[in-house]
Ligand binder design. Structure first.
Ligand code: MAN
Length: 486
């Protein structure tokens, strides 16, 4: 008899377990009492409580597992209440929303989040509404998918075009490298030519200087001879006049003789001419000519020697005109042109190389399934949200436009692909006044057209931009069985 009673009690508890509120069917076997009618907390089996304390609106277990059907363990652990939502889609609601006096029909259309009788079951109408919305969403998705197919074609086109461009650029690169080599050779030739011209220019100057020195030497010799003759004449005149002064008859009134003697006395009184004839010695000039010949010979082989020689000449003669510079300073229009051409070609080569690197990076970049985002690469989408226009350029910059200025929210830094959604990060935007550097995260979900549908700035200068686009409509989309949770 006693045995029968015990069996009946356990059977009762088992029945209670089966009907336990807030527990999903697959978890029911975790809520079964043992033979003594006891039950162990799920997170800590060392804590055992009588099974009738499960869902008794008193929190016994540290993980809250004893109260799946009440709000008693709100704030303890991470328990969720299971809403069966018969006729619709089963769901879970955090236990803090259980028995809080609010019918959370969005999650628990069966009203099981509140005590019996408080929230009438609305699963039928919720489900009908859900079906209508689901249908509309599926139709929108189907339209989105059609547009997505167009984007796939566009992405393929772009990739093919870019690959062709890359091939062309690589061919152009080889040609450009050859052009650069040729331009280098041309420059070397022009420089050699200029040096050659520079040397002959110096040689010409040396020849000119030689001629000038020869002329000066001849002039000097002539002047020396003339001067010697002039001095001899003066000496003869002096002795004629001196003798006249001694021999003339002062009593004989000859005014012309008297005047001549007085003038001569004045001239003699002013001092005798005694020029330094050594100054007109041409021997050093002849030495210089020899030295120049020497320089001229060496000059054909090395213009710097020649120009040094010319400098020396210039100093010696006190020339103030331009002195030829050493050979490295000799330039010519040809050299200038060749340098310019080489510079231009080297710049073109470097641009081409960076373009090729960029192309290779773009071609190999992961644009998601079917290469889909390639179709939107460098496309900018702008919409007004609140007081600002927001602009998102795929793989470019994100901007906020308003009050007469555009503020950079960030430059594209990375993209992540999840099922049916893309996340694009934009970093390093404009510095926020008294705040951080702006950044933005763009979430793109499936939609019929590509547009910005919402922007929020929950933290100062950190922007969350919601977009829709056919690009995010996944062809492998599985009907979403999960229900929104609070
Ligand atoms: C501007 C906008 C805002 C931002 C403030 C910060 O007004 O960029 O989004 O919050 O600057 O000063």
């Amino acid at each position: 008899m006693k045995h029968t009673l015990a069996v009946t009690a356990v059977a009762l508890l088992a029945a209670q377990a089966a009907a336990l509120k807030g527990v999903a069917p697959q978890d029911k076997d975790k809520y079964v009492p043992d033979a003594d009618g006891m039950w162990a907390c799920l997170g800590d089996p060392s804590i055992r409580i009588p099974f009738d304390r499960v869902n008794d609106d008193y929190c016994d277990c540290p993980d809250g597992s004893d109260e799946p059907g009440t709000g008693a363990c709100a704030g303890v652990g991470n328990m969720k209440h299971y809403c069966e939502n018969k006729g619709h889609i089963a769901s879970y609601i955090p236990v803090r929303y259980v028995n809080d006096g609010v019918c959370d029909y969005k999650v628990c259309c069966d009203g099981s989040d509140e005590p019996e009788g408080v929230c009438p079951n609305r699963c039928r109408e919720v489900h009908e509404d859900y079906i209508v919305k689901q249908k509309a969403a599926e139709e929108a998705r189907a339209r989105g998918l059609k547009k997505r197919a167009e984007l796939v074609v566009e992405a393929e086109k772009r990739k093919t075009w870019l690959e062709k461009e890359l091939t062309k650029r690589k061919q152009a690169l080889a040609a450009k490298e050859t052009e650069v080599q040729e331009a280098k050779v041309k420059l070397e030739e022009a420089e050699a030519d200029a040096i050659e011209h520079g040397v002959s220019a110096v040689d010409e100057k040396v020849v000119e200087a030689k001629a000038e020195l020869v002329r000066l030497s001849e002039v000097s010799t002539r002047l020396r001879t003339d001067l010697i003759i002039a001095l001899e004449r003066q000496r003869q005149l002096d002795s004629v006049l001196a003798k006249m002064k001694e021999d003339y008859n002062p009593n004989f009134n000859d005014p012309a003789v008297k005047q001549a003697i007085r003038d001569w006395e004045d001239i003699v009184g002013a001092g005798t001419l005694s020029p330094n004839l050594d100054l007109l010695d041409t021997s050093r000039g002849n030495e210089i000519l020899d030295e120049i010949s020497e320089i001229s010979v060496v000059g054909s082989a090395g213009s710097s020697v020649v120009s040094d020689g010319l400098r020396w000449l210039a100093e010696t003669f006190g020339w103030t005109g331009a002195v030829p510079a050493p050979k490295r300073d000799f330039t010519s229009a040809k050299v200038e042109d060749a340098k310019q051409r080489l510079g231009d070609l080297e710049r073109e080569l470097s641009d081409l190389k960076s373009q090729i690197t960029k192309d290779e990076h773009t071609i190999g970049f992961n644009f998601g399934k079917d290469d889909i985002l390639r179709a939107l690469s460098e496309t900018c989408i702008k919409n007004k949200v609140g007081e600002y226009d927001y602009e998102v350029c795929f793989f470019g910059d994100a901007r906020q436009v308003g009050h007469g200025q555009a503020t950079k929210l960030g430059k594209f830094s990375k993209v992540e692909f999840a099922n049916d959604v893309f996340y694009l990060q934009f970093e390093n935007g404009a510095q926020c006044w008294n705040g951080p550097i702006r950044r933005a995260e763009v979430t793109v979900r499936c939609g019929e057209e590509t547009k910005i549908v919402g922007v929020s700035e929950p933290e100062k200068c950190a922007y969350y931009i919601d977009m829709i686009s056919p690009a995010a409509c996944s062809p492998d989309h599985i009907l979403d069985a999960a229900h929104d949770e609070l």
